[in-house]
Design a binder for this molecule. Structure first.
Ligand SMILES: C[S@@+](CC[C@H](N)C(=O)[O-])C[C@H]1O[C@@H](n2cnc3c(N)ncnc32)[C@H](O)[C@@H]1O
Length: 231
């Protein structure tokens, strides 16, 4: 396994149970839907993963484009949503060919940590070009340099306790400690940004950005940014 895209294309155990996976995607969909400004909005979910609750997001907008780099995950998305009236599935390589100014909202949640800083800069430049002037980028689940893996564990256990999968979470954490995830996290690592660093990166990419009051999803120690095109 070479990189995080391979990891997410494998039969990984990042979700400790089916209930955990369902709760995760439900929360993400609810939070994304909260950022949709109009019922006809064109929304891009950049590196959407399995996006199991995408129909909930699609209900709140005009078109939902699910873009995913991992080929196996993308194949499942295509099969699952082939007949959905307003969900389209794309690869990241399809995005540069989309018309400038054609998107109202782009969400990139829990993705920046897996990209090199250069990859993230290229993605931000592309997103800036694809967004309408009135559009918005929501960049969620950004890891801060000073917050370590222990907070991730606490956040997972709290979510598990709330939704009744604490035992599965404890087994899942034990599995994760021995897994490819742990090895990759040690070998390649995860990119981390302070609030000021991420605001600087977004400004340099042509956005006016603020940090949102709360993060997308369940981990309050990670950050979400809302960015609007400038100029
Ligand atoms: C933790 S999942 C997040 C999925 C979804 N956005 C969510 O919030 O549940 C990470 C996603 O990032 C993608 N990914 C990993 N490395 C990437 C890279 N270098 N560039 C773009 N996407 C990447 C994976 O394929 C996967 O879909």
């Amino acid at each position: 396994m070479d990189d995080w895209i391979d990891y997410y294309d494998s039969t990984h155990t990042i979700y400790v149970s089916k209930l955990h996976r369902d709760v995760h995607f439900d929360e993400i969909a609810r939070d994304i839907a909260g950022y949709i400004g109009a019922p006809d909005a064109v929304v891009l979910d950049y590196s959407c993963g399995e996006a199991l609750s995408a129909p909930k997001v699609a209900e709140a907008c005009g078109t939902l484009i699910l873009a995913e780099p991992a080929p196996g995950v993308r194949g499942r998305l295509s099969a699952r949503f082939a007949h959905h009236p307003n969900i389209k599935v794309r690869s990241l390589d399809d995005l540069p060919a989309m018309p400038n100014g054609s998107l109202d909202l782009v969400v990139m949640n829990s993705v920046a940590q897996y990209m090199t800083p250069d990859e993230l800069d290229r993605a931000l430049a592309l997103i800036r070009r694809l967004l309408r002037r009135s559009g918005k980028l929501v960049l969620g689940d950004i890891l801060r340099p000073e917050v370590g893996m222990a907070r991730d564990v606490v956040a997972l256990l709290k979510l598990a306790a709330t939704h009744g999968f604490l035992q599965d979470a404890l087994w899942g954490l034990a599995r994760t400690a021995l897994s490819d995830y742990r090895q990759l996290r040690t070998k390649i690592g995860l990119q981390r940004y302070s609030e000021a660093e991420m605001l600087g990166k977004l400004t340099a990419a042509g956005f006016a950005a603020i940090r949102a009051d709360s993060n997308i999803g369940h981990n309050p120690w990670r950050m979400t940014f809302v960015a609007r095109p400038t100029g």
